[in-house]
Ligand binder design. Structure first.
Ligand code: WTA
Length: 701
């Protein structure tokens, strides 16, 4: 790994290729001190996890868990591509994350909860506290009739009651489906319906940006939305953010809504034996956006998932028993499930759980928390890094915390932001792992091993042990490394963390992730089923991958996946709107934000009121994160002769780029009208290459 990269190399590509302007970056080396203490520092690990050792190499991961009964088959491919990992064994995730640590680590903090209001005290939950609270909650859920295989939807903020509820479900084998707290009631309702949940667990209120937000109101909307879709919810369990006090204005519904805090009194001190479940039983659902308007429930299984996040927490996050680890992600997304709850708890880590906004009340907040609690491993997303940099570039210098390692996840990070993270936040001491992966994959795919590989800003690195990526072009030919050409990122082999299926939709699972490159749908051989990740990527000559973003009409807003079809459907709920098209726009802080174009029904005059209604519709149907940057009312959409909206043309306009040749469109004149509306009369376009995800945007249809 000592090869010097060709500095400032710009790869020229032919027109047939996808243009990727690639400036090679310098390597950064991990310190000797870091290397000496790392959990995984043997480069031979990659031989041990070579494809010739697949799938048995992953026994090492399963061995990190405690089994009630051993498994007999590492990987069962008989129902390909629905992989079954560690089959035949019996296991429980709650037991692995809690009970098994009691003897050695009972008094150790599992979570330190930091409320957003700075004057409010932290709450420390030891592993023993967690054990007691998880047991009581499990007893309560069992008392309400829940059993293994039932689904429960959670719509909770970042509070300890969230992991407590998840682990209580896991203890019983109940499949939890946590919906990101910032999603709207309606978005929650459609996920309740899809999962077939009869119970919703929520919290009355939570602190966000200095305000105690009424969250219970969303439960009422969610239950109503689910009912309209045909799914009844019988019970809404409401945690109280400030126990003993109801902090929401929305009334409780008699017979349906109950305070968890009240009910728990009946279960004081109760213990529930963790249910011994088949290793391939489902653990949870995590809904994510895709090409169609309907979010898909990624179903993760117990043993494979847990083994994968446990091993990667140990080797990649490099968490040791005496570390204080803080992941600033929200548990409502996969990062929080894998790397706040299941992975770190399985290795008895101490984790910080922060309720609020990183910049509240100012951009020094994260560094104050880190200093006060002795955080030495920090994990966040590029959006937070950009925001903290913008608002307080020198804030980290004021605080005496010391990070030994840091993670970035969720979006591509531009080298400039990476360097600030390294120089200022990490104080040129902490290693950075840029971990690339997704909801469907359970855990990290692309990453450096922090004590083995040097870092390269903007590239996630090679792949985690046992992950064998390949980049295919549209024809299925392999794109070679160092070619400067982008293609579709795929993984050749299954791995334990991979989702089991899309809840209730086997066909969509096969179609979305495998159909493109599978040549024999009947094959039971895993080699015939490369997994299509949905990202474009290039691989440099040194083997490092640079992820270019989604290729499937998903917009990654501040690290949150939003389907363009979902946003467009939300716009179409406004009665005046005839047609809607949404495109991604580059944003200095959030990476990408949606911009919306609407055409109105005949006779409806354009007005600010319609624009406001479109914005409101997005907030109500999806959530505030889907709020469009701009809404433009256009006389007509640019269309092909067959009537297809040319979103790529709109994306070029929104991103101040040349629209290219539009003469073949059915209505080329409208393009110039829209351009003037958005960019003004002057030609304001920039010559910089359009980022890959935006350049390819709109091709999937
Ligand atoms: C993007 C989040 C570049 C990518 C864990 C992926 C990244 C999508 C990175 C998944 C990274 C995630 N560098 N891009 N390190 N990590 N992404 O499902 O486009 O919320 O497909 O999972 O985020 O988002 P998801």
């Amino acid at each position: 790994m000592s090869a010097t990269p060709k500095a400032k190399e710009l790869t020229e590509v032919s027109e047939a290729q996808i243009a990727v302007h690639w400036k090679e970056e310098e390597y950064y080396q991990p310190s000797e001190q870091f290397k000496a203490q790392a959990n995984m520092r043997d480069p031979r690990i990659f031989e041990k996890f070579g494809l010739d050792r697949f799938p048995d190499c992953f026994k090492t991961y399963a061995d990190m868990l405690t089994w009630f009964e051993p498994y007999h088959t590492v990987l069962d491919t008989s129902d390909a591509p629905f992989w079954k990992w560690f089959v035949g064994g019996k296991i429980n995730a709650s037991y692995n994350c809690v009970d098994r640590h009691l003897e050695k680590h009972g008094g150790k903090a599992a979570f330190i909860f930091v409320p957003e209001p700075e004057a409010e005290q932290d709450v420390t939950l030891t592993y023993r506290d967690l054990y007691e609270r998880v047991n009581e909650m499990a007893a309560l859920l069992r008392g309400l009739g829940l059993k293994a295989g039932d689904r429960v939807t959670l719509h909770m903020p970042m509070v300890p009651e969230l992991p407590i509820t998840m682990l209580a479900c896991a203890r019983l084998g109940v499949i939890h489906s946590q919906v990101f707290g910032g999603f709207s009631g309606q978005a929650c309702g459609s996920r309740i319906e899809d999962s077939g949940s009869r119970m919703l667990v929520t919290m009355d209120a939570y602190w966000r940006n200095g305000t105690l937000i009424d969250h219970k109101v969303n439960a009422d909307i969610a239950v109503r939305a689910a009912k309209e879709l045909g799914q009844d919810v019988d019970k809404v369990l409401v945690w109280q953010r400030h126990p003993g006090k109801y902090s929401a204005k929305t009334p409780m519904v008699a017979g349906r809504d109950v305070f968890v805090n009240d009910l728990l009194k009946d279960y004081n001190g109760k213990k529930v034996d963790p249910v011994a479940l088949p290793g391939d039983a489902p653990l949870f659902l995590m809904y994510s956006s895709g090409t169609t308007g309907k979010p898909k429930g990624a179903q993760h299984g117990i043993a494979g998932y847990l083994a994968y996040v446990t091993a990667t927490s140990k080797w990649v996050l490099d968490i040791h028993p005496d570390d204080v680890y803080w992941c600033m992600a929200d548990i409502g997304w996969i990062t929080g499930h894998s790397y706040i709850v299941y992975g770190p708890l399985a290795i008895a880590a101490t984790g910080v759980l922060y309720e609020g906004v990183p910049t509240y009340p100012d951009a020094g907040r994260p560094w104050r928390i880190a200093e006060r609690l002795g955080v030495n491993i920090f994990h966040t997303a590029p959006t937070a890094i950009r925001m903290l940099r913008k608002l307080g570039p020198q804030e980290p210098r004021k605080y005496k915390y010391r990070f030994k390692s840091m993670t970035t996840v969720g979006e591509p990070i531009e080298p400039e932001a990476w360097r600030w993270y390294y120089d200022e936040v990490g104080k040129r001491e902490a290693v950075i792992t840029d971990t690339w992966w997704m909801t469907e994959t359970g855990g990290f795919l692309g990453t450096t091993m922090p004590a083995i590989h040097p870092m390269k800003p903007g590239s996630c690195g090679p792949a985690a042990p046992g992950i064998h990526p390949v980049i295919y072009d549209e024809t299925g030919a392999e794109v070679s490394k160092g070619s400067g050409t982008a293609g579709n990122m795929c993984i050749r082999n299954p791995w334990p963390g991979i989702m089991q299926t899309i809840w209730g939709d086997r066909e969509r699972y096969v179609k979305t992730y495998f159909a493109k490159y599978n040549k024999n749908p009947k094959s039971k051989d895993w080699r015939d089923w490369p997994f299509l990740c949905g990202d474009g990527a290039v691989q440099a000559a040194d083997g490092y991958y640079r992820i270019l973003g989604r290729i499937d009409d998903v917009i990654n807003v501040a690290g949150h996946r939003l389907g363009t079809k979902e946003i467009e459907s939300a716009c179409l709920t406004v009665p005046e709107v005839a047609e809607a098209a949404v495109v991604p726009v580059q944003d200095e802080v959030k990476g990408r934000v949606p911009e919306v174009y609407v055409a109105l029904k005949p006779g409806v005059p354009p007005s600010q009121a319609v624009i406001d209604r479109v914005i409101k519709a997005n907030e109500e149907v999806i959530g505030k994160i889907a709020r469009p940057k701009h809404v433009y009312i256009v006389p007509d959409m640019p269309k092909t002769r067959s009537g297809k909206i040319m979103r790529r043309v709109l994306a070029a306009i929104s991103n101040r780029r040349d629209v290219g040749d539009v003469t073949t469109l059915a209505n080329p004149d409208v393009v110039e009208q829209i351009r003037v509306m958005v960019q003004g009369k002057d030609v304001t376009k920039t010559q910089d290459a359009l980022p890959e995800d935006i350049a390819k945007f709109g091709q999937v249809e």
